[in-house]
Ligand binder design. Structure first.
Ligand SMILES: [Zn+2]
Length: 219
């Protein structure tokens, strides 16, 4: 390569280098909203006539999700977050009602709690979902915490066009905390001590991007 050709190569790379090196540049502004949330919308999936997945034995999905949401709430409050529950009892809330609550809170992140089910009885493991790429870090932070917490395994962070994610203007994730169609996993999930551990891990995952506590804002 001649000296001139080398200079041209360097000149072409300069804007890229600047983008990588300059703090606060446009490349990173996309995720700014993610680091600032102080309110967490905790969404217990299903409810009322919508039972969600039927467990091999024990509580159906709608009751497990409600129990989880009730456990997560005080743990997040202890970390300095404001918590808004989409439901606190066994009632049906339409999907639009759930995203409406989220979109009404400018400083919120949205976490929807679910349990999985499959006709393939051996299916097991936990996974988290996002729709907007700026929600991927939240989904990933929570998955890292819950991945193996009760002998479960990670099925990964996944993209999906779920209504509560797709119609959400806030950082939003949907958690699948294990398969109630799997006898072994269901027997763990029906144990309140396992659900408490899962709740602690979820709270830790939500706070992970903030160093463990809700960010303090003066603005
Ligand atoms: Zn569900």
């Amino acid at each position: 390569m001649t000296k001139r050709a080398l200079m041209i190569q360097v000149a072409r790379l300069l804007p890229l280098l600047a983008a990588v090196l300059l703090p606060g540049c446009a490349l990173f502004e996309e995720g700014a909203g993610l680091s600032n949330f102080r309110t967490v919308i905790v969404d217990a999936g299903h409810g009322g006539y919508d039972n969600g997945a039927k467990a091999v034995k024990g509580l159906p999905e709608k009751m497990l999700t409600l129990d989880m949401a009730r456990r997560v709430k005080p743990l997040l409050e202890a970390r300095g977050y404001r918590v808004v529950m989409t439901r606190t009892t066994d009632v049906f809330i339409p999907l639009g009602g759930r995203t409406g609550i989220s979109n009404a809170h400018p400083d919120a992140a949205f976490v929807s709690i679910h349990f999985n089910s499959s006709p393939r009885r051996a299916a097991n493991g936990v996974e988290t979902y996002y729709y907007n790429p700026r929600s991927a870090p939240l989904a990933s932070n929570i998955l890292r915490e819950i991945a193996t917490c009760y002998g479960s395994h990670s099925r990964g962070v996944k993209f999906a066009r779920y209504y509560v994610l797709h119609h959400n203007q806030r950082p939003a994730t949907l958690l699948e905390l294990g398969f109630v169609s799997n006898a072994k996993e269901n027997s763990s999930l029906q144990n309140p001590r396992v659900r408490q551990l899962l709740a602690e891990k979820i709270a830790a995952g939500i706070a992970r991007g903030h160093g463990g506590r809700a960010p303090v804002t003066g603005s």
